[in-house]
Design a protein around this ligand. Structure first.
Ligand code: NDP
Ligand code: ZN
Length: 359
């Protein structure tokens, strides 16, 4: 096996932990000695050992003189665990192959420099593109301190997300909806507007039937109109945060708090997207899955505050000029202002189509 093949195995190990390491990146490591894999590991959860630690532990004495493949630059700072660069030096590995560098200002090249200073050969950039994509959300979060935002919607072939009476169950097939649940699992939080809660009473949980964690549910609700009977308030399945404007009173909030709902009160009377993202970043929300409705998507688009769009398109006609389309708000007035995206993926899911586009 060559460098790329070992690195591919390390990437698979990292991939397996997507959605469970936030606010840390996913990382995989493989230890190879004399053409044999003698250890491997993946970072499973923030606060637990890094991938290199697991892999070196498995390798034991065989780590000495080995080559270590790691999908992200080894850390060089004291976080919740001691630096992996130090451990690699202590175990006297001969060579380290790194897929991509860590943009975290606490690491950023220092891990690699430390290894080289200790006389370890370091090669950087093997399968870099794949490694960068795997940690796209973490890289965005660490460099902007705000969550990576994915906008998602399901629409008919004529571009409607509900009928004129507000019905939207269901536009797309069960297969497409299952796919949505996989994205929910991969994000830290799901966000919707209060009108979607009022219209659909969604539970916003992951229903893949295999356990696993549910993301936090976030409702944008300036005046606190979310019904106390709403599923997101009463089911207790996973934390719910309701974001409100500055004019909501303590008395209004009290009954929600009693039901363990967290209220996030903004400093301004209305909720602006840049301030919201800043607050969520401070609360360590690394990734946000925005599921609408139209008004909420409109605000994120107007603020150009998203990194990815996932659109499911069903071969159905809803019709009517009053039926809403995915992006509301006031829209751009001129073609010169409109946002251009790049299509990254087009896939058929059951009878529907999924398009993934990036900004
Ligand atoms: P939204 O769900 O987008 O909620 C909008 C409300 O959120 C606003 O009226 C506002 O109420 C509150 N809000 C608070 N802050 C903001 C902000 N910064 N930007 C925007 N809204 C904010 O409402 P829509 O009516 O547009 O969409 C609801 C409809 O869409 C339903 O019929 C639902 O079924 C459908 N839908 C369809 C989806 C699909 O993929 N097919 C997905 C989601 C919904 P306030 O001023 O009181 O705070
Ligand atoms: Zn480390």
């Amino acid at each position: 096996m060559n460098d790329e093949q070992y690195m591919r195995f390390a990437l698979q190990l990292a991939q397996a932990a997507v959605g469970q390491t936030s606010p840390n990146p996913v990382v995989g490591a493989v230890v190879v000695k004399d053409g044999e894999i003698v250890g491997f590991g993946t970072h499973l959860k923030a606060g637990e050992p890094h991938a290199e630690v697991h892999a070196l532990r498995m390798a034991g004495e065989k780590a000495k003189g080995a080559t270590v493949y790691v999908t992200l630059e080894p850390c060089s700072h004291y976080g919740k665990t001691p630096p992996c660069a130090d451990l690699l030096i202590e175990k006297e590995v001969r060579r380290v192959v790194v897929a991509t560098t860590d943009p975290n200002p606490l690491v950023a090249g220092k891990g690699i420099a430390k290894l080289r200073q200790a006389g370890i050969a370091v090669d950087v950039g093997v399968l870099k593109e794949e490694a960068d994509e795997l940690n796209e959300m973490f890289f965005h979060y660490i460099s902007t301190k705000t969550p990576y935002v994915t906008l998602k919607y399901a629409m008919s072939l004529d571009g409607k997300i509900a009928t004129k009476t507000g019905e939207s169950k269901w536009i797309t097939s069960e297969e497409a909806r299952r796919d949505v649940h996989r994205y929910r699992r991969a994000h830290d939080a799901i966000l919707v507007g209060v009108e979607t809660v009022l219209a659909d009473d969604p539970s916003l949980t992951v229903r893949l039937g295999d356990g696993g964690k549910n993301p936090i549910r976030i409702i944008l609700d300036t005046r606190l109109r979310t019904p106390l009977e709403a599923k997101v308030v009463r089911d207790g399945e996973t934390p719910t945060w309701i974001v409100v404007g500055s004019e909501v009173t303590e008395a209004q909030m009290a009954p929600y708090r009693e039901k363990n709902v967290q209220i996030i009160q903004m400093n301004e009377a209305s909720i602006t997207i840049p301030s919201l993202l800043k607050v969520l970043g401070e609360k360590k929300v690394m990734s946000l899955f925005v599921e609408g409705g139209a008004a909420v998507h409109g605000s994120f688009v107007a603020a150009k505050a998203f990194q990815q769009v996932i659109a499911y398109i069903a071969p159905k006609f809803i019709g009517g000029k009053e039926a809403p389309s995915p992006v509301g708000g006031s829209g751009f007035a001129h073609m010169a202002e409109v946002m251009s995206l790049q299509i990254k993926q087009v896939e058929t899911i059951g009878p529907d189509i999924k398009i993934v586009a990036k900004g």
